[in-house]
Design a protein around this ligand. Structure first.
Ligand SMILES: Cc1cc2nc3c(=O)[nH]c(=O)nc-3n(C[C@H](O)[C@H](O)[C@H](O)COP(=O)(O)OP(=O)(O)OC[C@H]3O[C@@H](n4cnc5c(N)ncnc54)[C@H](O)[C@@H]3O)c2cc1C
Length: 392
């Protein structure tokens, strides 16, 4: 696809894909077999050797710019790695079981040099995961309107009061990015971005159990003080600063769900060839063949949409709609594929002998997180309905 004369990956991307594939099969998957089914964090004695090997391979915080110690892959590189890194039991939530570290929310790189040095660099060094807190009880689909958490300026600090909901990683993180409302008189939405530290008074994190074993958190801010030097950008710039990253982030997200669905389909094909019912393998039954064929067709389409969006992004186009199309189609496809694969495995598909039932639960979240399917449909339809000119 990145060759000008063919639809194949460039030599460089193919090598990257092979490297990650081999690392997953030879290093990550055998380690993961040593921990319980629903584990979301490897113990450090298993994780550290994996992380060391990943760093030696040049795979560390893949989205983080190389000047700050990440691999700094472009969008095409990110999706190639994300697809392969998802192919393990905990891959829906923790790509490569955490071997590649965790990119800090990229909006931090729009901050001051001091913010980058105090917050981003130590997190990149250790690979720990800071959180991003946008969603509130009043709704996550339309945060520009539903954010009620307030940050009120008092001299050289802000006093924050409010509650965030379903925030991933907030129980373990040392810091995170908070989107809160500041007063604006010029008509802007007044959403401002801050770095918040979790060891300061007035901050509390409580787990919210959900469909998967790893709970997101409710965050309560009560007269929580943020020094002005922890504000990123100007007041009211919060989403303007972050939008580029939020949009781009949908592509590795899409590639990850495609990777999991592909792994499930490969398992289902192997199983269909060996499992016999009514004196012949499942693979001979048309009902099963159609499930396999439909899954293959839809996965190829999802992959192409994701690759095309990344390729357009790399050329510098605005990919807001392309990213919504890729996110919508890949997460809905992955949901259908995993459902068919579970069906092909029968009882084994819903048991915890296999990763399928875990993927089934985690893939269900993917149609809600990073914007529910309906919001992406709205973005796509709005764009089409508001186009001034006809399409080529
Ligand atoms: C496991 C998990 C982890 C999460 N991690 C984070 C995190 O780290 N940080 C963070 O900020 N948030 C996080 N979230 C929250 C997530 O981003 C929100 O759940 C999501 O944005 C949807 O918001 P909501 O749940 O409030 O649903 P609502 O906004 O209340 O929407 C409910 C439903 O209404 C429908 N809907 C909404 N808008 C429209 C529309 N325009 N047209 C038609 N139908 C519509 C959709 O079906 C949607 O699912 C997480 C959620 C989960 C489940």
């Amino acid at each position: 696809m990145t060759n000008t004369d063919s639809w194949e990956l460039s030599e460089e991307l193919t090598m990257l894909q092979d490297t990650v594939r081999r690392f997953m099969v030879n290093d990550v998957q055998p380690i993961e077999d040593q921990v319980p089914h629903d584990t979301f964090e490897l113990p450090s004695k298993l994780l550290e050797p994996l992380q060391k090997k990943a760093r030696d391979l040049g795979l560390w915080c893949i989205r983080t710019p190389s000047e700050y110690g990440g691999t700094g892959l472009d969008l095409m590189g990110q999706i190639v790695v994300s697809e392969e890194a998802a192919k393990c039991r905990m891959g829906a939530y923790v790509p490569a079981c955490g071997a590649f570290g965790s990119d800090p929310p990229n909006v931090i790189f729009k901050g001051s040099q001091d913010q980058i040095e105090r917050f981003a660099l130590p997190a990149i060094q250790t690979g720990e995961k800071p959180f991003t807190a946008i969603t509130e009880a009043g709704g996550g689909s339309d945060p520009r309107r539903s954010i009620r958490t307030r940050a009120v300026r008092k001299g050289d600090r802000y006093i924050v009061n409010g509650t965030k909901m379903y925030i991933t990683g907030a129980g373990q993180a040392r810091w995170g990015i908070l989107y809160a409302r500041t007063e604006m008189e010029d008509g802007r939405d007044g959403i401002t971005c801050f770095v918040v530290e979790t060891d300061k008074p007035g901050f509390e994190a409580r787990p919210i159990p959900v469909i998967r074993s790893y709970s997101p958190y409710e965050l309560v801010f009560e007269d929580y003080e943020i020094p002005i030097e922890n504000r990123i950008g100007e007041e009211g710039q919060g989403f303007t600063l972050a939008e580029h990253w939020l949009v781009q982030g949908r592509l590795p997200y899409s590639a990850g769900v495609i990777g999991i669905a592909q792994a499930a389909l490969d398992m289902a094909i192997d199983w269909a060839k060996q499992r016999e019912t009514f004196r012949s393998p499942l693979a001979d039954k048309q009902a099963i063949q159609w499930m396999i064929a439909d899954s293959e067709v839809e996965l190829r389409a999802a992959r192409l949409l994701t690759y095309q969006a990344a390729w357009r992004g790399a050329l510098g186009h605005d990919i807001k709609v392309d990213a919504s199309i890729a996110k919508l189609y890949s997460t809905e496809t992955a949901g259908r594929v995993i459902d068919r694969c579970v069906q092909i495995f029968g009882s084994l598909g819903v048991s915890n002998e296999l990763p399928l039932e875990r993927w089934y639960r985690e893939l269900r979240i993917k149609r809600i997180g990073e914007g529910p399917s309906e919001v992406h449909r709205m973005v796509i339809a709005r764009d089409l309905l508001h186009q001034q000119k006809g399409r080529n």
